[in-house]
Design a protein around this ligand. Structure first.
Ligand code: IMP
Ligand code: MG
Length: 187
């Protein structure tokens, strides 16, 4: 967060309009998959990147549910993942059906780690939804029941996703380029 701004938006990868159109369809897919089991599920948004996606998604879900965030950090700063680490208090999920909500599936380390963590905490079931999944072998091989969009393997920001804490407020998902350069950042 203390890093100076080194990047700027390059191309729009997923426009806000496409996200808005996908949201009710994705929420319906989730509600139908759970059936009656959707009553009383615990939605666990992974902070901070999932906050915009989760806010949009839960308001499309008519069921009685709880929202309890998990804070997991994998980037110390910059665009290279260093592996997931829990920060702060984790949700109580003993005997509960958990739906993890994350912004993006990249290496799959975060979701794989959290699925095991939720199961270890006694969750009755664990499923996951991500807004974005990169077209990478590791991401495609990671179990994730509900995917918003498959995108190219680019470093993206906006709609909750950040780069060094910046750009979470952008309504579109965009690729980034180093200030002064033309080519987008891959990772
Ligand atoms: P994974 O553990 O490598 O699958 O990465 C998942 C986490 O890394 C996500 O929760 C994001 O916070 C972050 N992340 C991965 N790729 C990107 C990206 O392109 N832009 C912003 N954050 C990303
Ligand atoms: Mg992030």
């Amino acid at each position: 967060m203390s890093e100076p701004l080194r990047y700027e938006p390059s191309e729009v990868v997923v426009p806000a309009e496409a996200i808005a159109a996908r949201m009710p369809v994705l929420a319906q897919e989730i509600v139908e998959a759970y059936g009656h089991g959707a009553e009383g599920i615990v939605i666990v948004p992974v902070m901070t990147g999932a906050f915009v996606f989760a806010a949009d998604l839960v308001r499309r879900m008519p069921n009685r549910l709880r929202v309890d965030v998990a804070t997991v950090r994998s980037y110390g700063g910059g665009t290279t993942s260093q592996g997931p680490r829990i920060e702060g208090v984790m949700p109580s999920v003993q005997g509960k059906h958990v739906l993890l909500i994350d912004d993006i599936l990249d290496s799959g380390k975060t979701l794989t780690f959290l699925r095991k963590d939720m199961a270890d905490r006694g969750a009755a079931s664990v499923r996951a939804s991500v807004l974005l999944r990169k077209k990478l072998p590791a991401a495609l091989a990671t179990p994730c029941e509900f995917v918003g969009f498959d995108i190219p393997d680019l470093f993206v920001a906006g709609y909750g996703l950040d780069c060094d804490g910046w750009f979470r407020n952008l309504p579109d998902v965009v690729s980034l380029r180093r200030i002064g350069e033309v080519a987008p950042v891959v990772r």
